[in-house]
Design a protein around this ligand. Structure first.
Ligand code: GAP
Length: 449
C-alpha cells in the first residue's frame, strides 16, 4: 500500500478523471466551492445512498426529511448561531492577509506580529460564519435571511410535525442530507473545508437520562458504519472534545478522525446536544415542543438529542484518499510497472462493470454491446473499445472500476467471457449466462486485501 498518497495526487486524479473540478475555473476559480464531475457525482450519490440505507432502512426507528435551506431567521437566533457561530480573526495591516487567531503562532499573536510578513496585526475580532442574503424585492435589511450553516435545525423545527404525522415514539431519529454553507476563511486542502458543502445528519430524540446510553450506542453504530464502508480502520480514531472545544450546544462530543494526507482531521461528529435545541426553539417560538409519552401516563418532557453529523463531501475526500494506491504491478523496468488504482468498495465505485471487446472487428464490438445491454439493468457500466487492452484496464483501475469483462474470439465460439478483478488483477473465464450472478456474489463477498 502506498503511504505516499498526497493531496496533489488526489487533486490531479480528481480533475483528470472527472471527479472534482474547481468552481468557475474559466474565470480563475471561486475559492471554497467545487464542482462534481461525471465520476464525482456518481461517487457522491453512492456514498449518500450507503449512508441513507444505513440510517433509514437498517434502523426501524429512523425516518427521513428534506427541509428547506432557507429558514426563518429567528431559527438562527434560537440555535445560538447568530451569537456563537464565530471564528476569531485578525488582519495584517501591511500585507492585508486574514488569519484565524486560533491557528497561528500564539507568541506572534500576543505581539500582534503577522506570521507571513511581520507587519502589524489588528485586534482579534469575532467573525460570524453564516452567509447572509436578502429575501423579497427590497434590499433594506428587512428581508435578512441566512444560508443554513448546518442541516440539523431543519430537523428540530420539524420534530413535532414528524411525531404527529408519523406517530413516532421516543426514542426515534430523523435523517437528512443536504447543502450547508459557511463563510470559511481557511479553505485549503481541496474539498476538506469549503464554503458550500453537504452534510448527512441524523438527530436521535431520547428521554432525558437515557442520553448517555444512546450517545454510546451511536458512537458504536458510527464506527461500525465505516467498517462496512470498507475503509482502512487503522486510519480512523476517536477524539473527545475538551471543555474549550465543545460547541455551544454540546454536553459531550466525540469526533471520528481520519488520517488524511495532511494528518488526522475530523470526519464526523457524534454529539450529545442535551435539551438545548428543543428548549431554545420552544423559548424563541413560543410553541410547546414537549413530548407527551402516552405509554407512560402522558408524562411530558423536552427530549435530549444525540446527533451524528457527517460531511458528505468530506467523506468523499476520505474515500478517495483511502482508495488511492500507486501500485507496482510488474518488474519489467518500464513505465508499465506501475498502476494507479482506486480500491473503492464495489458498492461505491462510480462504474461497477466495464465491458471491453478485445477488437472492434469480427463482430466482437457488437457482441460486447449486447453483453453490456444485459448488464446495465443491474449495474453501472462503461464501454471502452479504444487502445490496447492493458491500457484500457489501467484506465478503469484509475477510476476504481472493480470488474472488467473482456470479449474475445473464444467468446464467439463458446459463449464465455473474461472477468477481471481490479484489486487482484485475477482473470477468470465465465459463461455469459453466469456473469451477472458471479459479479453480484463478488460484490457481496468483497473484502479489501
Ligand atoms: N450539526 C452539527 C455540525 O454541523 P460540525 O462539526 O460543525 O457539526 C459536522 O460539522 C460535519 O460537517 C464535520 O464533521 C464535517 O464532516 C462537515 N463539515 C463541517 N464544516 C465543513 C466545511 N466547511 N466543509 C466541508 N465539510 C464540513
Amino acid at each position: 500500500m502506498d503511504s505516499n498518497v498526497t493531496m496533489e495526487k488526489i487533486v490531479s486524479l480528481a480533475k483528470r478523471r472527472g471527479f472534482v473540478f474547481q468552481s468557475s475555473e474559466i474565470y480563475g476559480g471561486q475559492s471554497g466551492a467545487w464542482d462534481y464531475g461525471p465520476m464525482g457525482i456518481e461517487l457522491k450519490n453512492r456514498i449518500q445512498r450507503f449512508w441513507w440505507k444505513e440510517m433509514t432502512q437498517l434502523h426501524d426507528d429512523i425516518v427521513g426529511l428534506d427541509a428547506a435551506i432557507l429558514m426563518h431567521p429567528r431559527t438562527w437566533e434560537a440555535s445560538g448561531h447568530v451569537e456563537n457561530f464565530t471564528d476569531p480573526l485578525v488582519d495584517c495591516k501591511k500585507c492585508k492577509q486574514r488569519f484565524r487567531a486560533d491557528q497561528i503562532d500564539q507568541a506572534k499573536l500576543a505581539k500582534k506580529e503577522c506570521p507571513e510578513c511581520g507587519g502589524e496585526l489588528t485586534d482579534t475580532r469575532k467573525f460570524n460564519l453564516m452567509f447572509k442574503t436578502n429575501i423579497g424585492p427590497v434590499d433594506d435589511g428587512t428581508g435578512l435571511i441566512y444560508l443554513r450553516p448546518e442541516t440539523a435545525q431543519g430537523i428540530y423545527v420539524n420534530y413535532k410535525n414528524i411525531v404527529q404525522s408519523n406517530r413516532m415514539k421516543i426514542p426515534f431519529g430523523i435523517a437528512q442530507v443536504g447543502k450547508a454553507f459557511r463563510n470559511e476563511i481557511v479553505t485549503k486542502n481541496f474539498i476538506f473545508r469549503t464554503c458550500e458543502f453537504e452534510q448527512m445528519e441524523m438527530q436521535y430524540f431520547v428521554k432525558p437520562g437515557d442520553d448517555e446510553k444512546f450517545f454510546n450506542y451511536w458512537r458504536e453504530q458510527r464506527w461500525a458504519y465505516y467498517q462496512k464502508l470498507g475503509v482502512r480502520m487503522e486510519k480512523l480514531r476517536w477524539h473527545q472534545h475538551g471543555p474549550d472545544e465543545l460547541a455551544h450546544y454540546a454536553k459531550d462530543a466525540y469526533d471520528i478522525e481520519y488520517e488524511f494526507p495532511m494528518g488526522f482531521k475530523e470526519l464526523e461528529g457524534v454529539h450529545n446536544r442535551s435539551d438545548y435545541d428543543l428548549g431554545r426553539h420552544q423559548q424563541f417560538s413560543g410553541k410547546d415542543l414537549q413530548y407527551i409519552d402516552q405509554d407512560n401516563g402522558n408524562e411530558r418532557y423536552t427530549p435530549f438529542i444525540i446527533e451524528t453529523s457527517a460531511g458528505l463531501t468530506r467523506q468523499l475526500l476520505m474515500v478517495l484518499c483511502d482508495a488511492y494506491e500507486d501500485q507496482k504491478v510488474a518488474d519489467k523496468g518500464t513505465d508499465d510497472d506501475w498502476r494507479t488504482v482506486l480500491h473503492f468498495h464495489p458498492t461505491l465505485a462510480p462504474v461497477t462493470v466495464a465491458v471491453l471487446p478485445l477488437m472492434k472487428k469480427d463482430g466482437l464490438a457488437e457482441l460486447a454491446g449486447d453483453i453490456r445491454k444485459d448488464l446495465k439493468e443491474e449495474f453501472a457500466t462503461d464501454y471502452d473499445q479504444g487502445g490496447a487492452i492493458g491500457r484500457r484496464y489501467r484506465r478503469q483501475d484509475e477510476v476504481g472500476t472493480p470488474f472488467c469483462v473482456t470479449i474475445d474470439y473464444q467468446s464467439k465460439e463458446d459463449g464465455t467471457v473474461t472477468l477481471r478483478f481490479r484489486d487482484s488483477m485475477e482473470q477468470i473465464r465465465v459463461p455469459r449466462a453466469e456473469l451477472e450472478s458471479t459479479i453480484k456474489k463478488a460484490i457481496k463477498e468483497y473484502k479489501r486485501a
